[in-house]
Design a protein around this ligand. Structure first.
Ligand SMILES: NC(=O)c1ccc[n+]([C@@H]2O[C@H](COP(=O)([O-])OP(=O)(O)OC[C@H]3O[C@@H](n4cnc5c(N)ncnc54)[C@H](O)[C@@H]3O)[C@@H](O)[C@H]2O)c1
Length: 347
């Protein structure tokens, strides 16, 4: 099949591209290299079934032809990470809502299956745990910027399901829960890469709040497996699926585990939220998925558990010895207007 991955030079997208190529598919990546980077896909360049395009999902001229060529679109391009979302709320909403709208509109003309990446953030302050896909969603008020990310992704979900309902365009929504693994960028407030880097440098491991907030961490390979399974399942059309590991861990316990496994001399350093974000910042106290639905449909089972996730992430950062720099000019450009678009390789 011909597959387009928007955001394919990012963390999850680059792993997905590798797997799809291994499975014999033809893969095109569209990315603006804002939080993703060319290094993530450089090794795929020689593959004869792989192409990449530098451009924005906000640019009709780029998205239209790429979507028309595709049988399946994995729409992963988004403004990602709490830091970016708090610092650039307009950019976040514009990229996430505008990007999905553009992709879906062009897919409607071609009939391509669109898999939309959403997030556990949409569960907001929900108190019925584990989170089920049909749960009521409780978001904070709009003056608290972090909820702009959840709200924008929620609009994406509504749009995707509306295209299925009104136009019978096949769409699938996946809600990712803290996905981790190699190539994840630590710059935008992602907790595990930050802990790992701090532990390896024997610097204080900084925990926001008292660390009692919980999260559930999923190995990127498990997420990719879920995506490729769903793609082949017609009963998934018009549906929302949690994609995550249902093992829950408190963030202070995670920090301690990283410290122990890394044999680090780091101290655990607790920082009040108000010092990291602003006085309005709200965190989610718990986050754990109910994965009954995706398990029942495609037999999804997370295979890699937290101790191994930490060991593998440590091994990656030991090898990587830091992240290759993302060109600052590219970040600035993508935060501004999306009018640029360049072809990185022949289509
Ligand atoms: N990693 C997680 O834990 C997690 C959790 C929930 C949801 N998600 C969602 O999964 C998707 C992938 O996230 P990721 O963790 O791989 O992050 P990532 O930042 O590595 O990937 C996002 C990619 O989108 C690209 N991009 C951003 N704006 C773009 C634009 N306008 N045009 C083209 N490309 C653009 C970035 O350069 C990057 O390569 C996102 O939609 C994100 O919201 C991820």
């Amino acid at each position: 099949m011909r597959i387009l991955i928007t955001g394919g030079a990012g963390f999850i997208g680059s792993h997905l591209a590798e797997t799809l190529l291994d499975q014999g598919h033809d893969v095109a990546v569209l990315d603006d290299f804002s939080t993703g980077q060319f290094q993530n896909i450089r090794h795929l360049e020689p593959h004869r079934h792989f192409t990449w395009v530098l451009g924005s999902v906000r640019d009709e001229r780029v998205v239209g032809p790429l979507v028309r060529r595709a049988d399946v679109v994995f729409h992963l391009a988004a403004a990602v990470g709490v830091r970016l979302v708090v610092d650039a709320p307009i950019h976040t909403i514009d990229t996430n809502v505008g990007g999905s709208e553009t992709v879906l509109r062009h897919a409607k003309a071609s009939g391509a299956l669109v898999v939309i990446a959403s997030t556990s953030e949409v569960y907001g302050k929900g108190i019925q745990l584990p989170f089920r896909e049909d749960a009521d969603l409780v978001l904070g008020p709009p003056h608290k910027c972090r909820w702009g990310y959840a709200a924008s992704k929620l609009i994406d979900e509504f749009l995707a399901l509306a295209y299925w309902k009104e136009h019978r365009l096949p769409t699938i929504v996946v809600r990712f829960f803290n996905t981790v693994g190699p190539r994840q960028n630590s710059r935008y407030g992602m907790v595990l890469p930050n802990f790992v880097r701090q532990a390896l440098a024997n610097e204080p491991i900084t925990i926001h709040g008292d660390g009692s907030q919980t999260r559930s961490f999923t190995w990127v390979g498990d997420v990719v497996g879920a995506l490729t399974s769903l793609m082949a399942e017609r009963q998934a059309f018009g549906q929302v699926f949690n994609v995550g590991n249902n093992h829950e861990v408190a963030i202070r316990d995670l920090a301690q585990m990283v410290k122990t496994i890394a044999r680090s001399s780091s101290d655990l350093h607790f920082v009040p939220y108000s010092k990291v974000w602003d006085a309005h910042f709200e965190d989610m106290p718990r986050r754990v998925p109910d994965i009954t639905k995706i398990r029942a449909l495609v037999g999804f089972e997370p295979r890699v558990q937290l101790p191994d996730i930490i060991k593998r992430t440590l091994a990656y950062w030991r090898r990587a010895d830091g992240e290759p720099a993302v060109a600052a000019s590219r970040q600035v450009r993508s935060l501004g207007t999306p009018e640029y678009a360049a072809t990185g390789a022949a289509l």
